[in-house]
Design a protein around this ligand. Structure first.
Ligand code: FAD
Length: 410
């Protein structure tokens, strides 16, 4: 085995948007970074698109937002509908948080586009090495560094560095190698995502529309795709429903027609099934191993918070790692990363994403009335509406993380 050692290098497992963003933020500050991804190129499956104001702030500091807006679409409004009655329950406009952020809107930018934009920037940075077709299969801490065992075209090699960021997704090999528990639960129902060019705007729906229904809820989102745009509809599959029943042409048509009756057959360009979890790693730091993104936390996609939280992890961690690696700060600063990001993952993302799901699927008529009533009341009062948006746009979460740092300094 060849040993490639470098005392101050940061190793990263995973070239999803989170690993790439961490690499960019470190390399542009001159920190040597070597990133490994087991695939030969960035993944192109249709997952995240919604990028919230708090995350746009961080991406904007790295000069990425203009390009994201160019290839994505800007969505200032979010709507909630009561599907059985066909009534719009609430509408929130991010203009209400215009004094809290430079970006009072979300940008719907597919995650492979975001990853591509970051990759383009990395190409200009000599401090960054991005190695595709390399799988991290083991981790070993030495006294003053860490070694990643990486399987690639030449067999298994050992790469040395100062720290290893595990940004290798929900099944993280790094998390498992470090022996860190992934605490939480898995939802019994899978989620099915059907993507169609059908224009839901013509039905009066905005590019971020949530539908509450005790029988079968739905999220309906527009993405820019390559031009005219596509709409992604997300539904819960019933436990026990077979893959075939879910994804066959007939199954897909039945589901869409039941929810959104239309005069003609739906064209469906993607159909994807996802098992969905609510889990948070027991710790985000163990010695020289640091977890970020889905490796550290996973949640259901209602509210679009998973990748946002991961990109926020990357920014928080990179800022601290730069200081630790150049010797400006002791390595206990990295414990603060754990306290800030793990706290907000539990208090905000887990709590909010579970509440978002419960609100849409509630079956008890009384509780349903109450939940939708609260939403309507919040939308009709500008103070409550702003507070609602501060939370959903993850600004409150970033403020909470900043407050943890201040409490510790005091
Ligand atoms: C249907 C759906 C919709 C979603 N919508 C949103 C949304 O609108 N907004 C939002 O914020 N989030 C959303 N999410 C969540 C979002 O997709 C994830 O949070 C995001 O992909 C996490 O990024 P990541 O970089 O941490 O992990 P990933 O994107 O999973 O990337 C991990 C990378 O690590 C690589 N890898 C894995 N194992 C290894 C290894 N051992 N060695 C080397 N490389 C490895 C993989 O090849 C991959 O490239 C959605 C998720 C789903 C399923």
């Amino acid at each position: 085995m060849r040993v490639v050692a470098e005392k101050r290098r940061v190793l990263i497992a995973g070239g999803g948007p989170v690993g790439l963003f961490a690499a960019l933020l470190l390399a542009r500050r001159g920190v040597a970074v070597r990133l490994f991804d087991m695939n030969d190129a960035p993944q192109a499956d249709p997952r995240a698109a919604t990028t919230h104001p708090a995350t746009l702030e961080l991406l904007g500091e790295a000069g990425l937002v203009d390009e994201m807006i160019r290839v994505g679409l800007v969505a200032p409004v979010v709507q909630f509908w009561d599907r059985p009655s066909g009534q719009k329950v609430a509408e929130f406009d991010h203009a209400l948080v215009a004094s809290d952020t430079r970006y009072p809107f979300v940008v719907q930018c597919e995650q492979f586009k975001t990853a591509g934009i970051i990759l383009d920037r990395l190409a200009d940075l000599p401090a960054a090495e991005i190695l595709w077709g390399r799988e991290v299969v083991g981790v070993e801490e030495t006294g003053d560094g860490i070694i990643a065992e990486v399987r690639g075209p030449n067999g298994v090699e050992r790469h040395g560095g100062a720290f290893l960021i595990g940004a290798d997704g929900g099944r993280s090999a790094v998390r498992k190698a470090a022996g860190i528990e992934f605490e939480g639960f898995t939802w019994p129902e899978r989620f099915i995502v059907l993507t169609t060019p059908f224009d839901f705007a013509a039905q009066g729906y905005c590019p971020r529309s949530y539908f509450a229904d005790p029988d079968e809820w739905c999220n309906c989102f527009k993405i820019a795709a390559d031009g005219e745009g596509l709409w992604r509809t997300v539904f819960p599959a019933r436990p026990g429903e077979s893959d075939d029943a879910l994804t066959s042409n007939e199954g897909v048509e039945r589901r869409l027609q039941k929810f959104f009756p239309a005069a003609r057959r739906y064209e469906v360009v993607h159909r994807n099934l996802y098992v969905t979890h609510q889990r948070v790693a027991q710790r985000f730091r163990k010695g020289r191993v640091l977890l970020a993104g889905d490796a550290a936390h996973v949640n259901n996609p209602i509210g679009g918070m998973g990748l946002n939280g991961g990109l926020q992890d990357a920014a928080n961690l990179a800022e601290k790692l730069v200081r630790v690696v150049v010797g400006d700060a002791p390595d206990r600063l990295l414990d603060l990363y754990d306290r800030q990001r793990r706290t907000v993952a539990v208090e905000f993302v887990q709590e909010q994403s579970i509440e978002n799901k419960r609100r849409l699927e509630e079956r008890d008529p009384e509780r349903r009335r109450q939940k939708l009533g609260e939403l309507a009341a919040a939308a009709s009062d500008s103070v409550r509406a702003r507070n609602f948006l501060l939370r959903t746009s993850m600004i409150a979460m970033q403020r909470r993380a900043a407050a943890i740092a201040l409490e510790e300094e005091a």
